[in-house]
Design a protein. Sequence first.
Length: 309
Amino acid sequence: MGSPAQAVTVRVPAKVNVQLAVGPPRADGFHDLANVFLAVGIHDHVTATPADALAVTCAGPGSDDVPLDPEANLAARAATLLAALHGIEPAVRLHIDKDIPVAGGMAGGSADAAGALLACDTLWGTATPRPELIKLCAELGSDVPFSLVGGAALGRGRGELLTELPVSGAFHWVFALADGGLATPAVYRECDRLRDADGVHPPRPEPTPALLDALRDGDARALAATLANDLQPAALSLRPSLAATLAAGAEAGALAGLVSGSGPTCAFLADGADAAARVAAALRAGGTCADARATTGPAAGATTIESHA
């Protein structure tokens, strides 16, 4: 082990699924996915400091909905898992500064887990090899490995088996934030229910070649034409008001819009920074969402921004 630090802060990005193709339920209850992730410039910050015992605190929008019990908090579970790997006690205080929507379909909890892994690894001087960190991420949750890696990636399996993807330039996004969240397991269950009711038997999920080309080429209009989310009908079924948000974004001039992951955040692709600003302003004024945020992607994965010896 190296020399431990005394405080470490890690910045971790939100994500949008530019494609989420969902296969049928597996025997283990999960679904095989073709999940094309793009990290975007909305971030949580996780700070790790030494403590007598594992503890979690949280501040920022939605923090009242973040569980602070170490058994229930994913960041705390990440610290426990890393400590067990190295045969040490998880004696750390984790403070999470939230900016990613809670239960919003943008992988906020997963981001915090990835941030905690990197922060604790630096704090404790354990120097865990990156492939081992990614393996720990996969044990914690389907989206956690991508939160560590960032950029753009195709997630196979339940989303945890990553292949990094080339991206050119920056894509401009607007995220319409909803009041309250949607539980990811409930959205998957609704997806299965709707498919069963309609007699739909989904094929093996595959990424769309034209979408991968659009990311590689930095072509926003081509990407807009290929955005897809198999969970969107389920999210709309559970939260019908999202249809008005999607319509408002389209009317405001977005190239395309979709529910982000399991929702309820809606993501809109815009044709440049000025267009994104106009879409965000129209959404905020229109009353179909709680707030609207303009940003860009891809963004870097979990990154140490401050470390004090």
